[in-house]
Write a protein that binds this ligand. Structure first.
Ligand code: PLP
Length: 454
């Protein structure tokens, strides 16, 4: 009998998060204060984040203990299953073995609560009573609303307008978990009002919504800011995914030749890939593939440069792959992948050749999503469909080379709230955005004059 799912006991939940900084051949560049150009210190970040998260942000310890209170909440859905995608292998006609880790079993339906719960916990322990955040597709907003509800915090979510209009049920979910939500740009902040004055019909972007949430948190003593991706501590919290997957691949008697994830800010990709990159840095041969949309090709066509994390230039400067902080991606359906930057840890690892990146058009990723849904049953989130497509492309390349590879990808969430996107795909209405070089060069002018990475 074939085994389909590899499951761990609750007692096998990882007790520590893995910090890749300790093993990186080259450390990430320092985060800079935009006013002084000097590295930011813990005190600069204290108005926005609790001290424990600031310390995790700069920690060089290889492992960080997961608090018992966080583990207790993780147990509501973790450990998550790892599947062997036999039916997908058959449908694709590949000789390679495909495995996937499924994060859609969490209550909000994605990997996002792995960090939302940790962030809400540290904020509550240090006396904050309210969190402000942005959300693209609504996955992060719903995860933070869920975490705040469980830990007794208030939560305000600035949701990118295009998603607010396209995904009314993610909105409802956020409200069901007790958070307050407004479309961004909104009238609730100075930066929102300025953006509306300039562009009243703006579809919004993650960069704009971040500006609003940061301004909200900076202006109130009781409120901290919470980010669902990009930052080191967020990627750290996600490493429970890859640690579980390592144990589950061992149960399957296999080890991946290829590890694949989709990249918006980079957190689900890092969550799966970093524990495997630890093995790669120690000498194992693994192809680690980051998949992004061709409409927002940060890793494949962006520059490695210092840039702001948001549109209104309120955040510190970070060295990362970027398309420029005022780049507004086309409104593709993978809302969570519409971000101009990517995590500095991932950018550095791409720069060092430890991770490679590829970009895909939305009709192609939906074709792969539908093939997956019709073989494995699960309806994937459009973001996660990029990873499915990357895995299938890797399998195709292996077949062409006459090789059999073991491929592992992260299915970061389900797409139950993305059915309008599927409707558009079936109706032949999805447009593949061809982003011309001129637009990229225009947007990159926004970083002229900023410090240059070493
Ligand atoms: C299901 C899903 N996958 C992936 C992402 C992209 O974010 P990240 O790159 O931080 O994993 C999102 C973001 O909203 C998401 O909802």
């Amino acid at each position: 009998m074939h085994v389909t799912k590899y499951l761990l006991e609750e007692s096998q939940l990882p007790r520590r998060w893995y910090n890749i900084r300790a093993d990186m051949p080259n450390p990430p560049q320092p985060v800079l204060h935009p006013g002084t150009g000097q590295p930011v210190g813990p005190d600069d970040l204290a108005p926005l984040f609790p001290m424990e998260l600031i310390l995790q942000e700069v920690s060089e310890e290889p492992e960080v203990a997961i608090p018992d209170e966080v583990l207790e909440i993780y147990r509501l859905w973790r450990p998550t299953p790892l599947y062997r995608a036999r039916r997908l292998e058959q449908a694709a006609g590949t000789r390679s073995r495909i495995f996937y880790k499924y994060e859609g079993v969490s209550p909000p339906g994605s990997h996002k609560p792995n960090t939302a719960v940790a962030q809400a916990f540290y904020n509550q322990r240090e006396g904050r009573t309210r969190l402000a955040t942005e959300t693209g597709a609504g996955q992060w907003g719903s995860a933070l609303a869920f975490a705040c509800q469980l830990l007794g915090l208030e939560c305000k979510v600035y949701m990118v307008r295009i998603s607010y209009d396209q995904k009314p049920f993610r909105r409802s979910l956020i409200q069901a978990w007790g958070a307050t939500i407004v479309p961004s740009p909104s009238e609730d902040t100075e930066s929102g009002r300025a953006m509306l004055a300039e562009s009243p019909d703006s579809p919004g972007s993650l960069g704009m919504a971040i500006s609003e949430a940061v301004e909200d948190a900076a202006g109130r003593e009781d409120t901290a800011y919470s980010l669902g991706s990009v930052l080191n501590h967020v990627l750290l919290h996600q490493t429970v995914i890859g640690q579980e997957a390592l144990a589950q691949m061992e149960l399957a008697g296999a080890f991946p030749d290829v590890v694949v994830g989709c990249v918006g800010g980079g957190s689900n990709f890092a969550g799966l890939a970093f524990p495997f990159l630890r093995e790669k840095i120690a000498g194992r041969d693994i192809d680690v593939l980051a998949c992004e949309p061709s409409a927002c090709p940060t890793l494949t066509r962006g520059l490695f440069a210092y840039d702001f994390g948001d549109t209104s230039k309120l955040t510190p400067l970070v060295a990362m792959h970027t398309l420029g902080h005022d780049f507004v991606p086309q409104p593709i359906h993978a809302g969570g992948l519409r971000y101009h930057g990517v995590a500095p840890l991932i950018s550095q690892l791409v720069r060092d050749g430890l991770i490679r990146a590829d970009a895909y058009a939305q009709n192609d990723i939906f074709a792969s999503a539908v093939l997956f849904a019709r073989s494995e049953g699960i309806i994937p989130a459009p973001e996660s469909a990029h990873a499915i497509h990357g895995a299938l492309e890797s399998a195709r390349a292996a077949d062409e080379a006459g090789e059999e590879r073991t491929i592992l990808f992260n299915l970061s969430g389900h797409g139950h709230f993305d059915m309008a996107a599927y409707d558009n795909y079936f109706a032949g209405k999805l447009v593949d955005v061809a982003l011309d070089e001129e637009e990229i060069q225009r947007a990159l002018r926004a970083i002229d004059g900023l410090p240059v990475p070493a």
